[in-house]
Design a binder for this molecule. Structure first.
Ligand code: PMP
Length: 422
């Protein structure tokens, strides 16, 4: 049974098979983009006739839109259980959120991240003025905590930031965010949580986990594309140069006597939201947050736990299949499972799932090349396919070591039938 707030769009979409028959589409690629909740779509459709400019118009609909936009911000703040003084900045997605933060950290900040991160949390720190330290892939939660502590012991006195994912987009495994945050804070480092894969599956409480910032994407949280969130402490964000320079971020702009232009920037979310914001996107995210809260994460988690068990038990019974785990078999995970099939090229296998069964999965290196290469048994970074483009299929011949993997991922609204078929 799928409870009403968690019903998704696209459940009745049929797709053609190679045979010419049609079959109900089994969307098993939620980790890339989840289908939108029906509830979210209905909310957006109900709001659409009242659409108006935000923070820019005197008319009734502009005022209404401004109210709904700011109410959406408060809904997200509640959803994330933010602390007093924290702020919610609407962005385009997780990648955008982490790049925004990377531009806002004080110059000279030392940034720590495990090499197992998604590229969105691995790469934004490689910029002038920041020193980034990549930590080797840990093989257990305890090893991760110890590795972070060791790295921080050798860190400088200056500002420090640790970036960690909550749930891996490759293995689905949960990371020990609270323990890592405690260690980071003990050494004066701040923490940003990449919750792109965590937030759609588990409650994220900023207050409880202690993280300083959290980032996630609307399109993975059952809302449409184009909007995301960076939420957390205000001090570094308020002191930073605006992410984009333009209207909305500037409080006053004046021509000086010498011909230059002086700008006073806003503090608060407006500082990093220059230009006309994605009101529909923010409203859709807030609607998804409300639906998830209404259904209750307990409901979502219990259902998903059963589906994960069904899938991993089923895969364990197929000798040719190797499931990829960083922290060992049976580690706690969300509805994301990657694997390779002996004798099969992962791209061909995924194409066959689509063409012969109407099942949509993903194959590749999942924008986490060092992690996937480690899991496949290669040296991270030393693999032969350095030129691999994120998402592009790589070839592997039957019997050879796989060079890419297959990922199945699911969540709200996934019927058991999809996994049975798979
Ligand atoms: N972090 C993780 C863990 C992800 O899975 C993804 C998306 N695959 C991102 C960041 C980037 O999200 P987006 O593409 O929405 O910016």
């Amino acid at each position: 049974e799928i409870c009403e707030p968690l019903a998704v769009l696209g459940a009745d979409v049929e797709v053609p098979l190679a045979s010419g028959e049609k079959v109900g589409y089994a969307a098993l690629d939620y980790a890339a983009s989840a289908p939108a909740l029906k509830r979210v779509w209905d909310d957006v459709a109900a709001y659409a006739p009242y659409y108006g400019s935000v923070h820019r118009g005197a008319g009734y609909l502009s005022q209404l839109s401004t109210d709904l936009f700011e109410q959406s911000r408060r809904t997200v703040a509640e959803f994330l259980d933010l602390r007093d003084g924290d702020q919610v900045v609407f962005t385009r997605a997780t990648t955008d959120s982490l790049n925004l933060l990377a531009g806002a950290v004080p110059a000279g900040t030392e940034v720590f991240a495990f090499e197992t991160e998604h590229h969105a949390s691995l790469l934004p720190w490689r910029r002038e003025g920041l020193a980034v330290r990549y930590l080797r892939a840990p093989r257990s939660h305890a090893e991760a905590v110890a590795a972070l502590e060791e790295a921080l012991l050798g860190a400088s006195e200056g500002p420090k930031l640790f970036c960690v994912t909550g749930a891996s987009n490759v293995t689905g495994e949960l990371w020990p965010v609270k323990e890592l945050t405690e260690v980071a804070h003990r050494y004066g480092a701040r923490v940003v949580l990449d919750a792109a894969q965590l937030a759609p599956h588990h409650r994220v409480s900023v207050r409880e986990s202690g993280v300083d910032w959290v980032a996630f994407s609307g399109h993975k949280l059952y809302a449409p594309f184009g909007a995301g969130v960076l939420a957390g402490r205000s001090d570094w964000l308020d002191a930073a140069e605006p992410y984009l320079a333009g209207g909305g971020a500037s409080r006053t702009v004046a021509r000086e006597l010498d011909g230059s232009v002086a700008v006073e920037w806003h503090t608060g979310p407006a500082r990093h939201e220059a230009g006309s914001p994605n009101v529909i996107g923010a409203y859709a995210i807030a609607s998804a947050c409300r639906a998830l809260d209404e259904a209750g994460f307990e409901e979502l988690e219990a259902r998903e736990r059963a589906l994960v068990a069904k899938l991993t038990e089923g895969l364990a019974g197929i000798p040719e299949v190797r499931v990829l785990n960083l922290f060992g078999e049976g580690s706690d995970r969300v509805g994301v499972v990657s694997f390779v099939v002996r004798g099969w090229n992962s791209s061909h296998f995924s194409a066959a799932l689509s063409a012969e069964y109407g099942i949509g999965v993903r194959d590749g290196l999942f924008c986490a090349h060092p992690l996937v290469r480690t899991l496949l048994g290669g040296e991270p970074g030393a693999a032969p396919h350095q030129e691999a483009v994120c998402g592009a299929p790589e070839s592997s011949l039957p019997g050879e070591r796989s060079l890419n993997a297959i990922r199945v991922s699911f969540g709200a609204g996934t019927p058991v039938e999809h996994l049975d078929r798979f």
